[in-house]
Design a protein around this ligand. Structure first.
Ligand SMILES: [Mg+2]
Length: 385
C-alpha cells in the first residue's frame, strides 16, 4: 500500500537528514513516539436501519426495525435507537418487538443496498491503510504508518460521514482489543481515542465481558472468583486465575490491561466460507419450490465469490426438517468454481440424494468453502490461448 511506503520514505528522508547533519539528531515526532502501533476500529451505527433511512428519510427518528414480518417467523436484524429505547434488540422475534411497540415500523433488509454501502465504506477505509473487514459494517484499519494517527482517525470519520451519508463510531488504540471497546464506548457517532499507556485505565471500570474472548461462561467463572471488572481481573492473583483457567490465566490478565498482539490481517477477500440460507415462512415440501430456492441461493453465493475474485472447492447444502432436525452434506471438487450453474448443479445433486420426496423442510442453505484466489487459472488460460 502506498501509504505504508510513504511513511517509510518519510522516515528514511529524516534519517538521511540525520546522517548529513550530525549536530541535529533525528527525533521522531511526539505522535510517532506515543503510537508504536495505531489501530482504528470502525463500527457503523445501526447500519441496516440507517441504510434504510437513506432511501426513506421519512422513517428517521421513529421506532423502526429491519427484519422479517412477525407473522412469518421474522426476526429483528437491526433496530433504530428509538426502538432500542423500548427494549427492542436484534435477534429478537419480530412478534415480540411488535408487542413492545405497537406502531413499530417494520422494513425488510435491502441487501443489495446494504452490500453496496458496505463496499463504499470499505473502499474509503482502503485509502487510509491496510483494512481487515470483520463484517458488513465493521472493520479494523492499521494507521501505524501515519505520523499522526489521531488526525487520520478524524479524517476517516469525516470521510465516511460525508461520502456515504451514514453515521459511524470509531475507536483508536494501540491494539485491536482496545480499539474495538473504544468504538463502542460512545455510540452513536462516537470518536474515542485511547492513547498508548492509557489502556488499563480505560478498561478498568468495564465489566470483564467487554474484553475480546470473554464470553458469558468465562465471565460467570470469573464472577465466582469475585472478579467483575477489568481492573479486578488485571490485579487478580495469577495463581488463582491459573487454578481456574490453566494456561489461559496469564492471557486473561494481560487482556484486562489491553495487551493484545493481534495484527490487522489485510487479505480480507479470503473468506473461509460463503453461504446463504433461507427459512421458509411455512414449511415446504414442494420439490420445484425447493429447487428454485437452491438456485437463487447458488446464484447469490456465486456472485459473492465473483465479486471477490475467488473460487471454491467445496459445496455444502444445509437441511432443516420441520421438526428442527438439522444437518449438512458436502461435496468437494479438484477444480475451483465460481459460477452459479455449477454451484447449483452440485447443490441440487446433494439435495436430491438427501431429501426424501415429500419431506417438509423448514430451512435450506447453500454454502461454499475451501476458497482460494485463482491466480493459477488465469495463467493457465493465457497459456492455453
Ligand atoms: Mg454496527
Amino acid at each position: 500500500m502506498s501509504l505504508k511506503n510513504k511513511a517509510t520514505e518519510d522516515t528514511e528522508e529524516k534519517e538521511a537528514l540525520n546522517v548529513n547533519q550530525t549536530s541535529k539528531p533525528f527525533v521522531p515526532s511526539v505522535a510517532q513516539k506515543i503510537w508504536p502501533r495505531a489501530i482504528l476500529h470502525l463500527d457503523m451505527d445501526a447500519f441496516y436501519v440507517n441504510v434504510h433511512i437513506l432511501d426513506h428519510p421519512e422513517d428517521a427518528g421513529r421506532p423502526l426495525a429491519i427484519g422479517g414480518q412477525p407473522d412469518q417467523r421474522g426476526v429483528v436484524a437491526s433496530a433504530s435507537y428509538e426502538a432500542r429505547k423500548l427494549g427492542i434488540r436484534s435477534a429478537m422475534p419480530m412478534s415480540t418487538a411488535v408487542r413492545l411497540c405497537r406502531d413499530l415500523k417494520i422494513a425488510p433488509a435491502n441487501w443489495d443496498r446494504i452490500r453496496s454501502c458496505s463496499q463504499q465504506v470499505m473502499t474509503i477505509l482502503d485509502n487510509f491503510g491496510p483494512v481487515e473487514q470483520m463484517s458488513v459494517d465493521e472493520a479494523y484499519v492499521d494507521l501505524s504508518g501515519w505520523d499522526n494517527p489521531e488526525e487520520k482517525a478524524g479524517e476517516i470519520r469525516t470521510a465516511v460521514k460525508t461520502e456515504s451519508n451514514l453515521p459511524c463510531s470509531v475507536g483508536l488504540a494501540s491494539s485491536k482489543l482496545v480499539a474495538k471497546v473504544a468504538s463502542d464506548h460512545d455510540k452513536p457517532e462516537g470518536f474515542t481515542v485511547v492513547r498508548p499507556g492509557e489502556e488499563a485505565a480505560f478498561l478498568a471500570p468495564l465489566p470483564t465481558r467487554a474484553i475480546w474472548g470473554i464470553g458469558p461462561r468465562t465471565a460467570e467463572k470469573l464472577a465466582k472468583l469475585n472478579i467483575h471488572t477489568c481492573e479486578q481481573l488485571a490485579l487478580a492473583d495469577l495463581g488463582l486465575l491459573q487454578g481456574a483457567f490453566g494456561s489461559q490465566g496469564i492471557s486473561l490478565k494481560e487482556r484486562a490491561r489491553g495487551v493484545d498482539g493481534r495484527t490487522v490481517e489485510t487479505d480480507r477477500g479470503l473468506a473461509k466460507s460463503i453461504s446463504q440460507e433461507w427459512t421458509f415462512s411455512q414449511d415446504v415440501n414442494d420439490a420445484d419450490r425447493l429447487r428454485q430456492q437452491l438456485q437463487k441461493m447458488a446464484a447469490k453465493v456465486a456472485q459473492s465469490l465473483q465479486k471477490r475474485q475467488l473460487v471454491a472447492h467445496t459445496v455444502t447444502v444445509k437441511f432443516r426438517w420441520a421438526d428442527f432436525t438439522t444437518f449438512t452434506r458436502q461435496r468437494s471438487l479438484e477444480v475451483g468454481i465460481d459460477d452459479a450453474e455449477t454451484i447449483y448443479a452440485i447443490a441440487e445433486a446433494i439435495w436430491a440424494e438427501n431429501w426424501p420426496p415429500g419431506q417438509k423442510m423448514r430451512l435450506l442453505g447453500v454454502g461454499v468453502s475451501k476458497i482460494e484466489a485463482p491466480q493459477v487459472r488465469q495463467l493457465g488460460f493465457n497459456f492455453l490461448d
